[in-house]
Structures are given as C-alpha cells and as structure tokens.
Design a protein around this ligand. Structure first.
Ligand code: NAP
Ligand code: 8YV
Length: 310
C-alpha cells in the first residue's frame, strides 16, 4: 500500500476512503513537523486540507512528492510556483461545488437585503408586539456586479437573473461569449451597481482588490458580498465604512484570518456573517471528498489526473 500525508482533518467519508486506499500519515497530529516530514520523506502523495500553507520549504523536505490533492477549488494554500519548479502536480475540486456556493451567495444577498437574521432576532426578542420591523430593500430590479465571472460566478449570475436583477461583471479579461456587460475597471463597476459579489481566487493577484476606493464607490446604498477569500478585501476599511454608513451593507462568508475577525462585525445590524460555509452541504462536501481521493488514486494507478491545476 502507498503512503499519503494528510495535512489536516477533513470529511469523515474522505478520510475513510483514504484509509481504504492508502497508508495515511496524519501530519496535524505530529508535535514535531520537521521530524514527521523527515520520517515520511519517501512519500509520493499528499492530501491537503485547509490547514497551513504548503510552500517550497515543505516540498523540499519531501523530495519524492509527486502529487498534492487539495480539498477545495481554491488552491491559495499551496505555493503553485514552487510545485511547478519541483514537477509536483496539484489537483483541486472544481465544479462539484458551484451550485452550493452560488446558493449561499443568493442566501447572503437575500439575508442582507431583507435583514432576515436581524428580523429573526427582533421576533425572538419579543419586539414585534411593540411595532413592526422597519421596511427593507429588495433584490428585484437591482444590479449586481460579479467580481470573478468564473465557474461559480456564472452560477451566481444565472440565479440573479432569476431574481430579476441586471448582471454585469469584472475580471482580468472580457469573456466574449458571455451576454453580460463587462467593466474593465472595478471602481467604475462598483459605482454603477447595487451589489458587488466577489468570487475570485485568493492567489491570482487579488489581495486587496476590493479596496477602500472600491467600497466607497459602492457607497451607502451599496452592499458587498464576499465568497472568494477574505484577503481580497480591505477588511479594516470595510468595517470602518460599514460603521459610518458609507458602505450600506455586507454579507460575508470569508475573512482575512479565519476563523478570527474583529468582534465589531458582530455588533453591526447591516452585516450578515457566515463561517466559510459556501460549499458546506452534505451532498457537495461528499462530492468534493470523492474527487479529492480519486485524483490521488488516479495518479497512483497511472491514470491522468481528473482535475489538475498544475
Ligand atoms: P474560476 O472558475 O477560476 O473563476 C475565477 C474567476 O476570477 C475568473 O472569472 C477570473 O477571470 C477571475 N479572476 C481571477 N483573478 C482575478 C483578478 N486578479 N482580478 C479580477 N478577476 C480575477 O474559479 P471558481 O471555481 O469559480 O472559484 C473561485 C474562488 O471561489 C475560489 O478560488 C475560492 O477562493 C472561492 N471559493 C469559496 C468557497 C466558499 O466556501 N466561500 C467555495 C468555493 C470556492 P479572469 O481570469 O478573466 O480574471
Ligand atoms: C472549502 C473553499 O470550505 O473550495 C474552496 O475553495 O473555500 C471551500 O469549498 C475549503 O476548501 C476547505 O474546506
């Protein structure tokens, strides 16, 4: 049986499948990481979860490493350039999570605009007999700017159309076969839309892309929804603007230093918070786990990788 290094705990069904196919070595349980890597330096396979960065220094300690299978579509936890330089292949879990993430995007938009969580708290606090909850906005007839019209972004766009919204988008390139208006300039798009929904990766030059200037352009009537990575937004500026009302609202699934965030977010009624739940449905996580393991078994059996990144 081949060895595999599992970097962190993950879905039980995926861990069971790994245990069936490989001799699994649990890196997160090792007190001395260097000693662990030295002991397993002949390992050819790595199964990476969202626990710590896999950089060139780690790869150098595993000279026999051939493939890293990532649990998740975002591979910002892996230094791809270092992997390329060492001929290490990297795989991820695209497509199978598109619907679940797009669903949560619409869920966050609805919750943000119709104030679902705050209204629920209002009822539970016994405030309804004292007066009706204040009127809210609605999605119908508004315009959404999608930052990152990729696999997930397109699913969000379709769902927004079903909600009778206008869709526009920004990315590094115009997509000629997409019907939606393209903005080459993100600030310009933010100025023109009611919703800015971000679903770009964390490792393609996106750090700080949703800057103070972008958020100010979105303005007091605008709302920001982030399902990409926390690092792509200027989180302190966002907090300040939300507090002062210069940014209308936010629905956030991702944060710069998860699971940490400023506790000031917890006090804001114009914010809906979600603990990185985009793909976190039973069905979708199972499909991700299945792909995560099948990429490793494909390589072990001499077959092409199913969903390679590198
Ligand atoms: P994808 O198909 O590769 O789409 C990414 C999109 O982002 C593309 O349209 C790309 O367009 C755009 N983009 C990339 N870099 C950019 C930049 N520097 N500036 C502007 N646009 C940029 O990826 P996906 O499968 O949709 O996944 C997207 C990301 O969502 C993942 O990488 C992950 O970070 C996040 N995600 C989050 C959750 C969650 O639970 N919240 C779940 C799954 C995924 P151009 O190439 O034209 O720029
Ligand atoms: C997961 C994600 O929550 O796929 C991604 O990029 O962000 C999410 O699906 C993450 O990979 C770790 O579980």
């Amino acid at each position: 049986m081949e060895d595999v290094i599992l970097t962190g705990p993950t879905l039980q069904s995926a861990m069971d499948a790994l245990d069936k196919e490989f001799r699994v070595h649990r890196m997160w349980e090792a007190e001395d990481k260097d000693a662990f890597l030295a002991e397993h330096k002949a390992t050819r396979f790595m199964a990476a979860t969202y626990h710590g960065r896999i950089d060139g220094a780690v790869m150098d300690k595993l000279p026999a490493l051939e493939v890293i299978s990532n649990f998740g579509v975002g591979v910002d936890g892996i230094d791809l350039q270092a992997a390329r330089a060492r001929n290490i292949r990297v795989t991820n879990t695209p497509e199978v999570l598109n619907d679940a993430v797009a669903e949560l995007a619409l869920g966050l938009m609805l919750a943000t605009c119709r104030r679902i969580a705050d209204a629920d708290a209002y009822v539970r606090a016994g405030k309804w007999p004292g007066g009706n909850y204040p009127l809210t906005g609605e999605l119908t007839g508004t315009t959404v700017g999608i930052l990152g019209l990729g696999r997930i972004g397109k699913e969000i766009a379709r769902r927004c159309q079903a909600f009778k919204m206008q869709v526009v988008y920004h990315g590094r390139t115009r997509q000629r076969f997409e019907p939606f208006p393209y903005y080459a300039d993100l600030v310009e798009m933010a100025r023109d839309v009611d919703w800015l929904v971000a679903v770009v990766p964390g490792d393609t030059g996106t750090a700080g892309l949703v800057s103070r200037e972008v958020l100010e352009a979105l303005g007091p009537e605008g709302a920001f929804v982030n399902l990409g990575r926390g690092t792509l937004a200027d989180e302190p500026a966002m907090l300040e603007l939300l507090k002062s009302g210069k940014l209308g609202a936010a629905g956030l699934d991702v944060f710069a230093e998860e699971p940490k965030m400023s506790e000031e977010f917890w006090t804001l009624p114009n914010v809906v918070l979600s603990p990185h739940q985009g793909s976190a449905t039973t069905k979708t996580r199972w499909a991700m786990g299945d792909l995560f393991v099948r990429n490793l078994t494909a390589h072990r059996d001499g077959n092409p990788l199913i969903t390679p990144v590198v």
